[in-house]
Design a protein around this ligand. Structure first.
Ligand code: GTP
Ligand code: MG
Length: 473
């Protein structure tokens, strides 16, 4: 199945509420598919024009009137008409704008269901737009990401993707690959004559160029992922260091329980906070110590699990404690063990000791880490800490619309696979292997790239993508 075939038969008529449930001035219900004009005609009467029929009206027109059910008036509505193929799904579509009360909206939806529509599944409108060739898979996913974007930069990246930024790059890649593939496959057809349509040195050069085009896209995922999902930031340290106090201070609310008893936080607590246009997914964890009871022990196991998944670690310690220096050893161990994460050492409770300045310097010199001095309880040093956190993900807020970014794990993995296949092909050429093997690798690189935009359609991938949408999108 390919997505670029001419318009297929329209699907069965589907209906969904396109706006969020709740009270609002207006709400939109849309219907799409075979026979939607006839359905709309059954339920709608146009003001001052009883003879009006949607089937005979032009696309991109608006009509004011009423919707009735068997018992009488349901609501006054404004109706927009979209004629195939000039609609989001490329099918005939009708949009009803009604008053935005939840009861009205549900009632109107029910009238449409009673008159021949089926309730749409999550993402079904967008799925049809994709299957009918209106958008490619990347653009469909970008619509989902745009709706869910929580920061301006995540939103901008999604817009670029929706407008086809990444699709364009991948299409160029595909065209180049297709050409090489076609020539190699032609050689296979003439295999008995041992002709070479594609000079091997030239092919090797082309493959290197393709790899160079894929590499920056793969690398962009490091930033793209953080931009979309946020920076996984874990606050870790000994019990009573003030981790929960810091979480609350950063969030500006009393989210986590604070007490002077060590071992207060058992299960981890996660909250998002946005700073300098970047999302940080903050996790407060159970204090790390030996010999805790059963429940706390489980909490500590979870702490380590979160620490291992972190992009950024805030290692918090009580700088007023006489034994503060013993933690330098733990910090060094962390640096070694969690080398994938950036680490900031946070020296807390500076309000309790006049020696914090010297102590911080000692820690900085021994560990080589960034050390930030704060009082989580009093809010001292918090702005500096936020700035330091921001600088750890430097550049994230500046990426914005200028660059094409890979933000999805699915795209990233497909690109990695494509790149591996290109590398295999290149090695095969070096080893002077037969055309068949090289063609196989190029073909699979082509398939991996095609999977991203949906040129090669995999039903399972489609289901996972569209299930994440809301109903009505
Ligand atoms: N003086 C002072 N006290 C603080 C500061 N930060 C936290 N505390 C106090 O230290 C105690 C422990 O704070 P928590 O935030 O519960 O510590 P925690 O690291 O979450 O502890 P666990 O959940 O047990 O691991 C509380 O009594 C806080 O009020 C600070 O900057 N200065
Ligand atoms: Mg705590």
């Amino acid at each position: 199945m390919t997505a670029s075939t001419p318009l297929p038969e329209p699907g069965e008529p589907i209906a969904a509420i396109a706006t969020p449930m709740g009270v609002g001035a207006l709400a939109v219900i849309r219907i799409s598919g075979c026979g939607v004009f006839a359905i709309a005609d059954r339920v709608f009467s146009k003001k001052n024009n009883p003879a009006f029929r949607f089937a005979e009206s032009n696309g991109y027109t608006a009509h004011f009137g009423t919707v009735h059910d068997r018992e009488g008036l349901v609501d006054e509505v404004l109706v927009l008409v979209f004629r195939s193929p000039h609609s989001f799904t490329m099918e005939d579509m009708v949009e009803f704008t009604c008053h935005g009360g939840p009861v009205v909206v549900k009632h109107l939806l029910q009238v449409l269901l009673d008159n021949g529509c089926r309730l749409a599944e999550a993402g079904e409108f967008t799925r049809r737009a994709f299957l009918n060739g209106r958008i490619d898979l990347l653009q469909a996913e970008a619509i989902g990401e745009m709706i869910h974007a929580r920061t301006e930069s995540a939103f901008r990246t999604a817009v670029t993707q929706m407008q086809g930024g990444l699709s364009g790059r991948l299409d160029t890649l595909r065209q180049q690959l297709l050409r090489s593939c076609a020539l190699l496959e032609l050689e296979l057809d003439f295999s008995e004559e041992e002709v070479e349509f594609l000079n091997r040195e030239q092919l090797e050069g082309e493959l290197t160029l393709l790899q160079e085009a894929v590499r920056p896209l793969i690398e962009s995922y490091r930033h793209g992922r953080l931009l979309k999902e946020g920076v996984a930031t874990v606050i870790a340290g000994l019990p009573n260091a003030g981790k929960s106090t810091l979480l609350n201070m950063l969030l500006g609310e009393e989210r986590s329980i604070v007490s002077h008893m060590p071992g207060t936080t058992r299960d981890y607590i996660e909250e998002c906070f946005i700073c300098n246009k970047t999302i940080f997914r903050l996790t407060d964890t159970a204090g790390l110590r030996e010999g805790a009871g059963e429940i706390e022990h489980e909490g500590i196991r979870r702490s380590y699990q979160k620490i291992a998944e972190a992009d950024l670690l805030l290692y918090l310690l009580d700088i007023s404690d006489e034994n503060f220096f013993a933690e330098a050893e733990v910090i060094r161990e962390f640096l070694e063990r969690y080398s994938n994460a950036r680490i900031i050492v946070v020296a807390n409770k500076i309000d309790l000791t006049p020696e914090s300045g010297e102590r911080v310097e000692r820690l900085r010199a021994t560990t080589g880490c960034e050390v930030c001095a704060i009082s989580a309880a009093r809010g001292q040093g918090i702005e500096e800490l936020k700035q330091l956190m921001g600088s750890m993900v430097e550049g994230l807020d500046k990426l914005q619309e200028a660059s094409v970014l890979v933000t999805s794990l699915r795209h990233y993995e497909a690109l990695r696979n494509a790149s591996d296949a290109l590398e295999n092909a290149r090695l095969l050429i070096e080893q002077r292997e037969g055309t068949e093997l090289i063609a196989f690798e190029l073909r699979s690189a082509l398939d991996y790239v095609g999977e991203i935009t949906g040129k090669v359609v995999n039903e399972e991938i489609l289901n996972t993508i569209f299930e994440q949408f809301c109903i009505g999108k």
